[in-house]
Structures are given as structure tokens and as C-alpha cells.
Design a binder for this molecule. Structure first.
Ligand code: SF4
Length: 359
């Protein structure tokens, strides 16, 4: 049998996109073509704040500004900030001593804060205030000698940060299967917390399994799944039953974007795909499709959604109806270290501003 060697470094040959007529010939569409555009979608207040923090750090301190981990989980945002002088690193050890480092929206453990201090780094903490809330709860419950069952995806930066607040008092529960088998020392002294970007339904399913096994399991004072995750899932739940196809704009490492694909399928979308950019859309997805749902994860700038809508219009999906299921007007104040610098420099944006450059 002969084999053919394929060079993985070979640049991909651009694929010829099939025309709308060719797609229609492959599988005719019955009924009018339309787009159901989810609202809310895209940037949440925590992402907006984190992106502005890097933009303002570049403006006030000059490049380079180091950022530990991706500031938010979006390929376009990260590369846009890199072009403007941000340097993304995995760990503090990669940052030159004394330099400025921004901690990402997903939060960091106390060990990371300490390692920055040990290297004499100047820091701006862009952790989303809703993640900080979960950290504070972990610290408090640990001090109260409770054991925390942290529902979330092991290895995700947010879960690493929250776990790091009280590792000796925390057990991570990844999924329903782990909820059925997790072992604890004192079943009478348990409380659950969760990652902010989970599927609302799956998190509640896990809590119910845990509660059946540990009837004295305590609830946190408020749900940890954040408003942005809940609202974006709520909008896609409304759209999915009417959609032949749901396109989610978002990066592969964006937990809430990946959850939107899962929720769309669970709530009746016939197909659902995640793309970073419009050019990743395969026109074969449109065969026989009348109704396309579109949404985007909480770390996705609106310009990427608009690119998708333009491509859809080219294929005859020009009729766009926005499906609004919630209003959002949350704006978090910028990290305090940055606010002080901005105020001293006379920058009026220290009072609060929405990022615009990447939208
Ligand atoms: S998704 Fe929620 S927790 Fe995460 S940055 Fe946005 S608002 Fe904060």
C-alpha cells in the first residue's frame, strides 16, 4: 500500500466557497429565509472592563504591558491587543522583574498574587467582580470550616483561581458523573459554589444529584452563574426551537461560548456550530436551512457578529429579527490601581467607559 506524505506546515489552499445558487441547488429551502439574532449577546460587563483595563494600561503606562493568560477568551481580542503592545504570558515568571502585569478577567489564586509580589511586578487586577465574589465566598466558607464542592471545569483558569483560595477545603466537581461518585469527609458540613460560565441547567442537575447524596448540602447566598451567562443562554433557549441552524460566535476556549452550542442543541436547534470568524462558516451548513439563529459568547466583540450577518445576507438570509429576552445595563468600575492613575492624569474615563476599539 502506498502512502502520501503531507506537510502539516503547508499553507492551506483557500477553498472556493460555493455560490448561493449552488447551495440552493444542493438542497432547496422551503419557507422564507430569516435570521433570529439573540439579544443579549457578546460582551459582558466583566469582559468590557478587562479589555479597557489593558487598553488604558497601554495608554497610560506605554507598551509593553504584560498580561497573564488571555485577558478574555477570544482570539480576535487577544490578537488586536497584541498588535497594540500587549504581551500575553502564561505565568508571572515570564514577565521581567519590575514590569507591569495585568491579571485576566478569569481571576487568579493567592499564590499567583504572591509570585507577582515576589518578582516585584506592578499589577492591575482585571478579575471580573463577579468572579471575585465567588473567591470571597470560598475564603469565607473555608474560614467557617465548611467543605466546598466547586462545580466547574477542572483546568479552566477561573476554577484554578477559585480553588486556589482554599485548596484544602475544596473539591472540584466537573460533571454529573463526578457528582454521583465524589467522596467527602463530613457530609453534614458541605456547601456548593460554581464557575460563573456553566450551563445553568447542567449546574442545577449537578446540585440536585449532590443534594440527593448529601441532604444537608448548603446553597450559597446567591447563584454564582453570572447574569451574562444566564441571559445569553436564556436568549438562545428562546431561539433554538425555531432554528434549523444556530451559529455561535466565540473561541474554542471560551466556556460560555461552548455552552451556547450545547444549549442550542438541547433546546431544539437542528444543528449548531461555533466559529471564531465568519470565514469559518461552511456554506454546506445552509443546505435546506430556512431559519438561522445567531449569538455570541460574552467575550466576543460585536464586529465579529456583524461579519457573520453580512455573510448570511450574501446567502439570502438578509431578513434579521432580533429576539430580545433581557436588558443589560451593568457597568463595572475599572480596577482601582488603574483608576487612580487615570484620575491623576486627568483621564475622564476613570469614572467608567465602554470599550469601543474592538467592537
Ligand atoms: S461572563 Fe460573567 S463572570 Fe465572566 S467576565 Fe462576564 S460578567 Fe464576569
Amino acid at each position: 500500500m502506498s502512502t502520501t506524505a503531507v506537510s502539516l506546515s503547508m499553507p492551506a489552499v483557500p477553498r472556493r466557497r460555493r455560490s448561493p445558487e449552488e447551495v440552493a441547488a444542493a438542497a432547496p429551502v422551503t419557507g422564507p429565509k430569516r435570521v433570529l439574532l439573540a439579544a443579549p449577546r457578546g460582551y459582558c460587563a466583566g469582559v468590557d472592563r478587562a479589555v479597557i483595563a489593558v487598553e488604558k494600561a497601554l495608554e497610560h503606562y506605554g507598551a509593553p504591558v504584560y498580561v497573564r493568560k488571555q485577558i478574555v477568551h477570544n482570539v480576535h481580542v487577544v490578537s488586536s491587543l497584541e498588535e497594540r503592545g500587549a504581551i500575553f504570558v502564561e505565568e508571572n515568571e515570564e514577565v521581567p522583574e519590575g514590569a507591569l502585569v495585568v491579571f485576566s478577567a478569569h481571576g487568579v489564586s493567592p499564590a499567583v498574587v504572591q509570585s507577582a509580589a515576589d518578582r516585584g511586578l506592578r499589577t492591575i487586577d482585571a478579575t471580573c467582580p463577579l468572579v471575585t465574589k465567588v473567591h470571597k465566598e470560598a475564603v469565607r466558607f473555608s474560614r467557617e470550616d465548611k467543605h466546598i464542592l466547586l462545580i466547574g471545569h477542572e483546568g479552566h483558569e477561573e476554577v484554578e483561581g477559585t480553588y486556589g483560595e482554599a485548596p484544602e477545603s475544596t473539591t472540584i466537581v466537573n460533571n454529573p458523573a463526578e457528582a454521583r461518585t465524589v467522596q467527602v469527609e463530613d457530609p453534614d458540613n458541605l456547601i456548593w459554589l460554581s464557575q460563573t460560565t456553566l450551563s445553568v441547567d447542567e449546574a442545577m442537575e449537578i446540585v440536585e444529584i449532590l443534594r440527593q447524596r448529601f441532604p444537608k448540602l448548603q446553597d450559597p447566598p446567591s447563584d454564582d452563574i453570572c447574569y451574562a451567562t444566564t441571559n445569553r443562554q436564556g436568549a438562545i433557549k428562546e431561539i433554538a426551537p425555531q432554528a434549523d441552524l444556530v451559529i455561535v460566535v466565540g473561541s474554542a476556549n471560551s466556556s460560555n461560548s461552548v455552552r451556547l452550542v450545547e444549549v442550542a442543541l438541547e433546546y431544539g436547534a437542528k444543528a449548531s456550530h461555533r466559529v471564531d470568524f465568519a470565514n469559518e462558516i461552511d456554506e454546506a451548513w445552509f443546505e435546506g436551512v430556512a431559519s438561522v439563529g445567531v449569538t455570541s459568547g460574552a467575550s466576543v466583540p460585536e464586529i465579529l457578529v456583524q461579519d457573520v450577518l453580512r455573510l448570511l445576507a450574501d446567502y439570502g438570509y438578509a431578513d434579521v429579527a432580533e429576539v430580545v429576552t433581557a436588558q443589560e445595563d451593568i457597568l463595572f468600575s475599572l480596577p482601582k490601581e488603574l483608576r487612580a492613575t487615570m484620575k491623576a492624569a486627568g483621564d475622564p474615563d476613570y469614572k467608567g467607559v465602554k470599550s469601543s476599539n474592538l467592537r
